[in-house]
Design a protein around this ligand. Structure first.
Ligand SMILES: Nc1ncnc2c1ncn2[C@@H]1O[C@H](COP(=O)(O)OP(=O)(O)OP(=O)(O)O)[C@@H](O)[C@H]1O
Length: 204
């Protein structure tokens, strides 16, 4: 079984994925952040590094999906290959930070790869408004994320809402995390676990 958590920067995907993997004894697949050779440069100059970063993420996510698909164990994945293309690359192109030539080249590569990718059995969308996202990005205080603008986050959120409203490739559970704190409040985590159980094992 393949469960994936999707959502904007700072939505809390990594934290929730870690907690769910412990609770359900699922294997955990995180994003390659520490050894990403482009992320820091990208945040300093998006236009210069957009294409390089997107190709890196696409390849790393594709490798991850292949591992997931060949595993016989249940897994939880932090962010999907769909978000790279439908959210991040699309936004960079629309914001004139990636040229049409590079974007089309990227999309052709994505199309070749996606034909080999099976959608997750359950997708969990962590939906958060800007104040929540900003608060969590500030709290974790990663050096390279200090240059993220409100506008960038807002655009990404709009892309998320558009993409999620048309997603039809599998089960989707949307969780509004604006007023939840699944780190400080165990009952908030309990509510989320119940919802997931309902989706995965419920009768209807
Ligand atoms: N395709 C992409 N294009 C641009 N930036 C990306 C892409 N995929 C991931 N990132 C960025 O890489 C970093 C990954 O960090 P991390 O794995 O902690 O995820 P996150 O988005 O911050 O999620 P969360 O806070 O919900 O766990 C973030 O700054 C994220 O936005």
């Amino acid at each position: 079984m393949h469960i994936a958590i999707v959502g904007n920067i700072g939505a809390g995907k990594t934290t929730l994925a870690t907690k769910l993997s412990q609770h359900f004894k699922w294997d955990l697949y995180l994003e390659a952040v520490e050894n990403n050779p482009y992320l820091k440069d990208f945040y300093e100059d998006m236009e210069r590094w957009a294409f390089h970063l997107q190709v890196f993420f696409l390849n790393s996510r594709f490798n991850q999906v292949q591992q997931i698909q060949s595993s016989s164990r249940s897994v939880i994945q932090d962010r999907t290959i769909y978000e790279d293309a439908h959210i991040f690359a699309k936004n960079l192109h629309q914001s004139n930070l990636m040229s049409t030539r590079d974007y089309e080249n990227y999309l052709a590569l994505f199309q070749s790869m996606i034909s080999m990718v099976k959608a997750p059995d359950l997708m969990i969308y962590l939906k958060a408004d800007l104040p929540k996202l900003i608060g969590q990005i500030e709290k974790r205080n990663r050096d390279y994320e200090s240059s993220i603008s409100i506008n960038y986050l807002r655009n990404l959120n709009e892309h998320y809402n558009t993409w999620m409203s048309t997603y039809n490739q599998g089960k989707l559970l949307t969780i509004d995390v604006n007023s939840l704190d699944f780190v400080a409040n165990p009952e908030d985590l309990g509510t989320i676990i119940e919802k997931i159980q309902g989706e995965l094992f419920g009768l209807f």
